[in-house]
Design a protein around this ligand. Structure first.
Ligand SMILES: [Fe+2]
Length: 310
């Protein structure tokens, strides 16, 4: 399945007004005009695509969909065939949904844990349309997309591993450092970063733990860090450099209670000729100064009551 990256991602939030100031002022996102079909939602641009991160008003702060981008229409058709071969339930996005997401065509499906995914090609794009919400050097999107996500799952799931490997055709990257309960995966066509998505076991709970956002310059990490400190926003981890990736980053909590990891690449990713077994997560920094799992993670019946509630 010729997936490039997470092209767009959507969350539901009870704090949309906080996001309206936080997005541009802290993260440097640009507020894009909301499509006429969805005037109450907040659409953020990170580059010349029409939207990368969308916040939809709702009662619960949670991830609502991950939009995987395939290269083109032919890859989209092939992906549909693949889902059918594996008896995955897919629904075809109607014209209205495609307009909301700003794409030519999309399908919707769930992974075996119950997270909602979408797959699309051809998102709306206007060259030189991106103007950051504050002075900012810009985000690395293009082939990297909106960034990476780390999701929690209530228990280990062999069905999920089978789905990611054999249906989505992701590349396995490895386990995270520490107790080894988080598995990292990369889209087939991603040769720029080690992972697009990771699933970690948090017994009895699910939800988004963090999202990684790539910025162009060290300065953008530093200036975001300064703003987070100045506004006294809660930190998860201080500045640091990861062991497995040549990344410098820090983690703080956004209004929805999951972390944004603001990342700069110190050098290009070296690839993964063999699987590493890191004994430490970071070579320096990344001091844990807040909870590792925020309020966005909870019992499945609390986070997704319509799916797991009584
Ligand atoms: Fe990350």
């Amino acid at each position: 399945m010729n997936i490039i990256s997470i092209g767009y991602i959507g969350f539901e939030t009870s704090k949309i007004e906080q996001w309206r100031s936080y997005g541009p002022e802290v993260m440097g996102f640009q507020i894009a005009p909301s499509p006429s079909q969805d005037p109450d939602s907040l659409y953020f641009k990170m580059d010349d695509r029409r939207n990368r991160i969308t916040l939809h008003p709702g009662k619960i702060d949670r991830l609502t969909y991950i939009g995987w981008e395939v290269r083109n229409r032919m890859d989209f058709i092939a992906a549909i065939e693949k889902f059918k071969q594996h008896n995955v339930d897919i629904t075809i996005g109607d014209q209205e949904l495609c307009e909301r997401r700003g794409v030519k065509e999309l399908i919707r499906f769930k992974d075996p844990v119950g997270y909602q995914h979408e797959l699309f090609y051809a998102q709306k794009w206007t060259p030189r349309s991106f103007v950051p919400g504050r002075a900012h050097g810009g985000f690395i999107c293009d082939e990297r997309g909106a960034g990476h996500v780390v999701l929690m799952i209530p228990q280990e799931s062999p069905e999920l591993t089978d789905f990611l490997r054999n249906v989505m055709e992701f590349e396995w990257y490895g386990w995270g450092a520490g107790k080894g309960k988080t598995g990292f995966w990369r889209s087939k066509l991603n040769d720029k970063t080690s992972h697009d998505i990771a699933y970690g076991v948090a017994p009895g709970r699910m939800g988004v733990q963090h999202m990684g956002i790539f910025v162009e310059e060290v300065r953008d990490v530093g200036e975001t860090y300064d703003l987070v400190r100045k506004k006294d926003l809660p930190l998860m981890m201080t500045l640091g450099q990861h062991t497995q990736d040549p990344h410098m980053s820090f983690y703080h909590f956004n209004p929805s209670g999951f972390a944004f990891e603001t990342i700069t690449e110190l050098e290009p990713w070296h690839g993964d000729p063999f699987e590493l077994n890191p004994e430490i997560m970071s070579v320096w920094g990344h001091e844990i100064v807040g909870p590792i799992i925020g309020p966005s993670v909870g019992a499945p019946e609390e986070v997704y009551p319509e799916q797991f509630g009584q």
